[in-house]
Design a protein around this ligand. Structure first.
Ligand SMILES: O=C(O)[C@H](O)[C@@H](O)[C@H](O)[C@H](O)CO
Ligand SMILES: [Zn+2]
Length: 299
């Protein structure tokens, strides 16, 4: 049996840390702090952090094949040049919804950047319902809309054989699956593969391991859970010393470590005394499973 170790590797006070992405080329973890409008890069070797501030909430970051990163800022898909900190808008969505912003995003195995939107929250998980939609930015910069009526667009990943797309609309308290056509980027046949239990709270970010099992960060649940999407059973629970766990990804050597982001917003001063590491970056080792490298945006 492996022994699990959980460590706060970066005591960052993220208001809402999200979108952890491992960048193998720089041995670093990318992540965002949404309301702080920040994209960060934590070097796992030097332990140094670089932070770049945007002019609107930035909800996800992904690698870009041609160099630099892509990010979702406000309701825009953008390219970010890390060296000179410049941003170029690639496409816009939800132009009729002034109170909307993008939320979680991830690149598919063919290099399309998937991201969904939501209404801006007045408090964590308090927002106008059904305002969001799911989109993807194709390598040629055209945008495809998949569906709307989304509350909080979150966790997304693809099965190892690229035939299934997994997705979370947080306030449905469900992890869903679609059949996926990698050639065309089309999704179909939506179904639920797991319904969260009460103490697991709100499903947020998600990633898949090489065994095809799903890892879901549970917001307010202070844990990541490992699910078997075939049987619909929870296989494992890993608790963290912070409640507002938002997302997870594999990284480090051979993608054998898990990185977890979390939020600090919405915790009162009393609560912060009990979880001083809220908003930090956590590393979990000894899970005994691995992930895969993130796919880069192909455009
Ligand atoms: O990170 C996200 O996905 C949202 O932007 C956050 O605000 C919270 O996680 C959400 O409130 C929990 O459902
Ligand atoms: Zn999220």
């Amino acid at each position: 049996m492996s022994s699990i170790k959980i460590e706060c590797v970066l005591p960052e006070h993220c208001r809402c840390g999200e979108s952890p992405v491992w960048e193998e080329a720089s041995n670093s973890l990318l992540f965002v702090d949404i309301p702080a409008k920040r994209v960060c890069q934590w070097d796992s070797l030097t332990k140094q952090v670089q932070r770049v501030t945007m002019d609107a909430p930035v909800s996800s970051v992904a690698l870009r094949q041609s160099g630099g990163y892509v990010v979702t800022i406000g309701t825009k898909f953008c390219a970010l040049n890390w060296k000179n900190q410049s941003v170029v808008v690639l496409a816009s969505v939800d132009q009729d919804k002034k109170n909307n912003r993008f939320n979680d995003g991830k690149v598919d195995p063919a290099g399309r950047y998937f991201a969904g939107t939501m209404a801006e929250e007045t408090a964590p998980a308090v927002l106008e319902r059904h305002q969001g939609a799911l989109y993807s930015l194709f390598p040629d910069h055209h945008v495809k809309k998949y569906f709307d009526q989304v509350d909080i667009s979150n966790g997304l990943d693809w099965s190892m054989d690229h035939k299934i797309f997994y997705y979370i609309d947080s306030l449905s308290y469900s992890v869903d699956a679609f059949d996926y056509d990698l050639q065309t980027g089309k999704i179909s046949n939506r179904r639920s593969v797991y319904k969260l239990e009460k103490d697991e709270q709100i499903p947020d970010g998600m990633c898949i391991d090489t065994e095809g099992k799903l890892w879901v960060a549970c917001y307010n649940g202070g844990r990541v859970i490992r699910l078997d999407p075939v049987t619909g059973k929870r296989l494992q629970t890993v608790k963290l010393p912070v409640d507002k766990t938002t997302s997870c990804c594999f990284g480090g050597k051979d993608y054998s470590e898990m990185y977890v982001t979390c939020a600090r917003d919405g915790i009162d001063p009393q609560g912060l005394l009990k979880q001083p590491e809220a908003g930090g970056i956590f590393k979990i080792t000894g899970l005994g499973v691995k992930g895969i490298a993130p796919y880069p945006y192909a455009g």
